[in-house]
Design a protein around this ligand. Structure first.
Ligand code: AMP
Ligand code: TRP
Length: 422
């Protein structure tokens, strides 16, 4: 399909401090068949490529105009660093349509315009009880899925979080500036610790957002593309960056021999307007999740055609006539139309027009075909990547080396500013 489609991201203003305002950035993209690359590695892929950025906010327009596209930069131009984007997914359970539509698909759209680092957050995956027999495989599988979804290692660095020691180092340094109260009020902590039986929950479940802040601040990231559920953790990362800058940055740092100024950048979340919260197939009021007991509630990226058809056939619907968006009494309808919208590459208006008079019996096969068509090239590519195990190791080693280089500078700066003997 060659129709132009817009992914809209919500994010906070870049102004420092606690005052935030919503802005939208419209990323116009064309969905098209990718031409065969010389190495033939992507011949079966049909993936989105952003052609140009249409920026609604003048501030963002300014930012992006300052972001050179490497292939078009004149040779002698003063090099302005590209804005940086980081994000990650936990290697737990299987990656589902929520992870893909809320996060990974949008990473792919950003890698042409920004310097991107995508990690597999294995250290986060041990904050809840887990199976050590599975962590290693899940970590590799998640990396392979990133690539299969279109993360391109000629543009992005892909690595395993625990391979870059600086994540844990920074987490400890940041912990000393993090008030416990900030962590105790995190919604995800409250929900997950309740499930773990309150006091039995691990300390790492509480301190998890500090590790996430470290993941982001380590790389002086400008933008962090995530689903809606991570918004609160992103706010904490911003608050923490600000707090450390105030405590140790500026003149105090200069007196200790540092460069002065801010130690950390204040990152902004990029949350897509459609797909930020993909809901469960069995209950349109709760989000699609890896940890939901029933596999029927989610579509995993590696589910077979038949399984996808079966899950959609049996998913929860309603008895209203016709299909519509944004009816609070029809969360399942809104969710399924949104999924269809993204995987088919159509606009909301096009989907509304196409589906308004449809019955569920007509819509479900249409949705199934669109999901299968979207996921099957990803599945083919995933098989290719996992067949060559040395290739994945090489990608992850190179990614970790590149990340370490950037991360070590941040750790050194912060240690200096905090008065360590370095
Ligand atoms: P996790 O599975 O918790 O590691 O999440 C990885 C990424 O997927 C994060 O950016 C989440 O915000 C995003 N995500 C997880 N579940 C959903 C969902 N149901 N809808 C949209 N995004 C999601
Ligand atoms: N906490 C995120 C989640 O569970 C994953 C994550 C960890 C992350 N570190 C990150 C996402 C840094 C973006 C940036 O979904």
């Amino acid at each position: 399909m060659d129709s132009e489609t817009a992914i809209r991201f919500e994010h906070f203003g870049s102004g420092e401090g606690r005052h935030r305002h919503g802005l939208t950035l419209s990323l116009s993209r064309v969905i098209r068949k990718r031409e065969k690359l010389k190495n033939g590695a992507r011949d079966s892929l049909s993936l989105p490529h952003p052609l140009f950025l249409q920026v609604l906010s003048s501030r963002l327009q300014h930012q992006i105009s300052q972001t050179p596209k490497p292939s078009f930069s004149p040779p002698n131009q003063t090099k302005i660093p590209m804005k940086r984007v980081v994000s990650g997914v936990q290697p737990t359970g299987s990656i589902h349509l929520g992870n893909y539509l809320g996060a990974i698909k949008n990473w792919v759209a950003l890698q042409d315009t920004y310097e991107t680092l995508f990690f597999i957050v294995d250290l986060h995956a041990i904050t809840l009880p887990y199976d050590p027999q599975e962590l290693r495989k899940a970590t590799r599988d998640t990396a392979a899925l990133y690539l299969a979804c279109g993360v391109d290692i000629s543009k992005a660095s892909v690595f395993v979080q625990s391979h870059v020691r600086a994540h844990v180092d920074l987490m400890w340094l940041l912990s000393s500036s993090t008030p416990i109260g900030w962590l105790q009020k995190m919604t995800q902590f409250k929900e997950k610790s309740r499930k773990e039986g309150g006091e039995n929950a691990s300390v790492s479940l509480l301190t998890y957002p500090v590790l996430m802040a470290a993941d982001i601040l380590l790389y002086k990231s400008d933008f962090v593309p995530v689903g809606e559920d991570q918004k609160q953790h992103l706010e904490l990362a911003r608050d923490l960056a600000q707090r450390v800058n105030n405590l140790y940055g500026g003149r105090k740092w200069k007196k200790l021999g540092g460069r002065g100024g801010s130690i950390f950048k204040i990152p902004e979340p990029l949350i897509p307007q459609v797909g930020a919260r993909v809901m469960s197939l069995t209950d349109g009021r709760s989000k699609m999740s890896k940890s939901a007991p029933s596999d029927q509630s989610r579509i995993n990226l590696l589910d077979s055609k038949d399984l996808i058809a079966d899950k959609i056939k049996r998913c929860k619907t309603d008895s209203f006539v016709g299909l519509e968006y944004d009816n609070a009494e029809r969360p399942e309808c809104n969710n399924l139309l949104s999924v269809y919208q993204i995987v088919s590459g159509k606009t909301k208006d096009e989907v509304m027009e196409e589906c308004k008079d449809m019955s569920w019996g007509t819509f479900k096969p249409l949705l199934t075909d669109a999901v299968v068509e979207h996921l099957s090239p990803i599945q083919v590519r995933y098989q290719e990547i996992t067949a060559e195990s040395a290739y994945l190791d090489k990608v992850l080693t190179e990614g970790a080396d590149k990340a370490t280089e950037i991360a070590e500078v941040t750790i050194r700066n912060l240690k200096q500013a905090m008065g360590f003997y370095i």
